[in-house]
Design a protein around this ligand. Structure first.
Ligand code: 5MY
Ligand code: ATP
Ligand code: ZN
Length: 450
């Protein structure tokens, strides 16, 4: 970790976007090494007393959980742990081809303080309210900017798409209670949409169906693209030459009114920059996803969640050696009998259940970036895969990378269980009130992403 970023370097970094946990900056300075790279710096939630740096890298139970991955448990900082998690866990699952391990760089407190000031005006208000740059963090994560191709000539162009696919299968675990059987036929994404609408986190229910995206059928993948474009939320973005032209900065502006303006401008930009019409562009993305098979391993990794949270939560209590709160609150002898099977598992089995659950959770929350550029004369010597798009009579080469492959904290298990119950209960309650949940929802006031 030889590189150090100091206060005077802050001016070279501009806001690119953010999620719940990190802010991402693009490099605009003159260092050849840093050109085409982004810096991902950690935030910490407002109101929280400890910065990431003030916490142990891995908790005692996490050390037990990931004990077999030596590099991970021996990591000296959370950033290095995340990098080791990508390198030694996720890369094996998803295939190294689609993974950028990145490097950790040292950052001074003054650098982070300047960044915090500089990006303030570009950050969405609700993200500012939720978290701030963790200025006590000693390192940040440097990765390639996957919305551009390194070395693209100035006159060349590159169009990229970012997709957050979410969970692409329906669970079938025997531990899902009869009362929650709806989970086996309605996707988690769809049910969550209704809760998000109710809480004012989105303004309209998305018609995107992750099962289409992961179906392996080109037509259904194309259908997924049209629904994502119709209502992108935080699941879809388009970048032209590295600049966001469509979708929410920092997590998802999704007001329908903003969207129609935004859409028109984005489509114009796209046509001007690439000659691509919108349907052709969506077809190009669908073709890349279909022919690369890039989502196959992602789906396989998501499916490591075999027991569903309704099973895995019991194994969690085994690991933390505390009485199981789920069993404690269940008055159903039949269920308790079933759960007792999980509570009698040996520790190594419980650890495997939890490891698989958390790896799957990462795979359900990561994003895929695919960038395209035209191939002159139709042939490519660059080693990238290429696609011929009949509708525009053009060939494109593309690269695909997964981003945001962070390790999920073991301590989130109770949150996962509670959120799951909340999503399903809300969906069913609304159905019981008559009609679809959509009809019975009143607009919430949280107004998070609108
Ligand atoms: O629980 P979910 O499915 O809502 O996923 C969370 C995401 O919400 P969304 O995709 O909008 O539904 C959420 O995304 P947003 O903040 O809503 O953009 C985060 O990605 C969160 O992960 P982390 O806390 O940053 O590690 C995600 O939490 P994890 O469940 O992946 O831990
Ligand atoms: N390597 C990259 N190249 C280009 N853009 C990137 C890269 N990494 C992140 N970004 C942009 O920055 C945004 C935020 O990054 P990221 O998803 O890693 O944040 P996060 O806080 O971990 O997200 P989440 O809310 O899912 O936890 C992304 O949505 C993407 O637009
Ligand atoms: Zn239990």
């Amino acid at each position: 970790m030889a590189m150090v970023l100091r206060a005077e370097d802050a001016k070279d970094w501009t806001y690119k976007g953010e999620g719940a946990a990190n802010i991402v900056l693009s490099y605009r300075g003159s260092s050849l090494f840093l050109l085409g790279k982004v810096l991902r710096i950690q935030k910490f939630p407002k109101g929280s007393t400890k910065s990431v740096n003030g916490c142990a890298v891995l908790s005692r139970h996490e050390k037990l959980l990931w004990g077999d991955v030596e590099e991970l448990v021996e990591s000296k900082s959370r950033d290095i742990a995340q990098q080791n998690y990508i390198k030694h866990v996720m890369s094996h699952m998803l295939g190294p081809k689609y993974i950028d391990e990145g490097i950790c760089v040292t950052v001074s407190r003054e650098f982070l303080e300047s960044i915090e000031k500089n990006v303030h005006d570009q950050r969405p208000a609700w993200r500012i309210n939720a978290a701030k740059v963790d200025t006590l963090c000693a390192s940040a994560f440097l990765i390639s900017d996957h919305s551009v191709f390194a070395g693209t000539p100035r006159e060349g162009f590159c169009v990229a798409v970012e997709i957050k696919p979410k969970c692409g299968f329906l669970p079938s675990s025997e531990f899902i209670t009869k009362a929650n059987a709806i989970k086996k036929s309605v996707t988690r994404f769809r049910m969550h949409q209704f809760l998000k609408l109710h809480q004012g986190e989105v303004s309209k229910v998305s018609e995107y169906n992750p099962l289409d995206l992961f179906s392996g059928s080109k037509d259904r993948i194309y259908q997924a693209m049209t629904t994502l474009f119709a209502n992108p939320q935080n699941n879809f973005r388009i970048f032209l030459n590295g600049s966001l032209i469509f979708g929410g900065l920092g997590g998802g502006i999704d007001s329908a009114a903003v969207q129609s303006d935004e859409k028109n401008t984005a489509i114009k930009d796209l046509i001007k920059g690439s000659g691509l019409q919108l349907p052709g562009f969506l077809e190009l993305i669908a073709e890349a996803i279909f022919s690369s098979g890039v989502l196959d391993q992602l789906l396989g990794t998501q499916k490591l969640d075999v027991l569903d949270i309704e099973g895995a939560i019991h194994a969690y209590y085994n690991i933390i050696s505390q009485p199981c709160m789920v069993c404690k609150n269940s008055g159903d002898p039949e269920l308790l009998d079933q759960y007792s099977l999980l509570h009698s598992l040996p520790l190594d089995k419980s650890l495997k259940i939890l490891r698989d659950y958390l790896i799957a959770a990462t795979a359900k929350d990561c994003s895929l970036m695919i960038s395209f550029r035209p191939v002159q004369g139709g042939s490519t010597a660059s080693g990238y895969n290429s696609i011929f798009l009949e509708s525009s009579n053009q060939s494109f080469e593309y690269k695909a990378y997964f981003i945001d492959l962070d390790m999920k904290p073991l301590e989130k298990m109770v949150h996962y269980y509670e959120l799951d119950q909340k999503i399903v209960n809300f969906y069913m309650k609304s159905e019981d009130l008559g009609g679809s949940p959509y009809d019975s929802i009143t607009q919430g006031t949280k107004d998070r992403k609108i």
